[in-house]
Write a new protein. Structure first.
Length: 277
């Protein structure tokens, strides 16, 4: 049995029998799992092998994160003159990680941020994975277990939700080369396909009506934005007792061209369709 399989077996056993959390070997295995997460050697979800395929969720790793909380003592964490009181440390020795971290950016231990990423004042929670070349802009948050691809831009105030529980549920996934506009919200295990662009204030949840209006007939998605889609906030009519009102949705109004520079700005992508961010 290799190291990963051994850790998985111990974590699964402790998940089924919480009394084992007092065992030293179990605590060591849980902490080792979180350390591997922190180094990027394992991750909560694995990308699909084929383009546009399904991701694989490693449930046992989510279980390890949940089991990590009860075995960790509360303690004081200091960062210069700032002081915190929590169970989980923040990342340290940032100069060795190959990333740029602007003051007030915080990464919790057990998250992974790949070399070449840039963090403006922002927050990355335990279990999250942020790949190389990605910008996490000011006051953006990356929730627990969220998976962010390469060369993604999370604009100011973006909220990427975390899905730690239930353990069998996929986390929020933002694939490579996406541009997420200011104040967008992506939660409840939603998946944003590669090279997609979300206009400012777009909300994508697991149940959001995502309506493709580019063809003669609308096509609806839930919890999934197809690759290269250009998406803006919209409404659709719904009848209530008091009358017909617009209910929020997301609208796919076009496709990012294959030839378009993947680092195109949100404004440039939307300008092609006569819409401002």
């Amino acid at each position: 049995m290799d190291q990963i399989e051994e850790l998985k077996s111990i974590v699964e056993g402790a998940w089924d029998d919480r009394s084992r959390l007092s065992d030293d070997d179990v605590r060591t295995a849980i902490r080792r799992t979180v350390a591997l997460l922190d180094s990027g050697r394992i991750r909560v979800a694995e990308p699909a092998q084929e383009p546009d395929g399904q991701w694989t969720v490693n449930e046992w790793i989510k279980k390890a994160i949940l089991l990590y909380f009860p075995i960790q003592p509360m303690h004081t964490i200091r960062a210069g003159e700032l002081e915190f009181y929590d169970k989980i440390n923040i990342k340290r020795d940032l100069d060795t990680l190959g990333i740029r971290v602007v003051p007030q950016a915080t990464m919790r231990y057990g998250s992974y941020v790949a070399p070449g990423a840039i963090l403006m004042p922002s927050y990355v929670n335990i279990g999250a994975y942020v790949d190389s070349g990605t910008m996490v802009d000011t006051w953006a948050t990356v929730g627990s277990c969220a998976q962010i691809g390469k060369h993604v831009h999370l604009s100011g105030g973006v909220g990427i939700g975390g899905v730690l529980e239930p353990v069998q549920t996929a986390p929020v996934i933002v694939e490579d080369d996406c541009f997420i506009g200011s104040r967008c919200i992506v939660v409840e295990g939603a998946r944003i396909g590669r090279e997609a662009v979300l206009g400012a204030n777009t909300v994508i949840t697991g149940s959001t009506h995502i309506i493709d209006v580019t063809g003669e007939d609308p096509v609806e998605y839930r919890g999934y934005v197809p690759p290269r889609s250009i998406v803006i906030p919209g409404t659709y009519p719904r009848k209530f007792a008091a009358g017909v009102y617009g209910v929020p949705c997301a609208m796919i109004i076009g496709r990012r061209k294959e030839s378009t520079d993947k680092k195109t700005s949100l404004n440039a992508a939307l300008r092609d369709y006569g819409i401002q961010a």
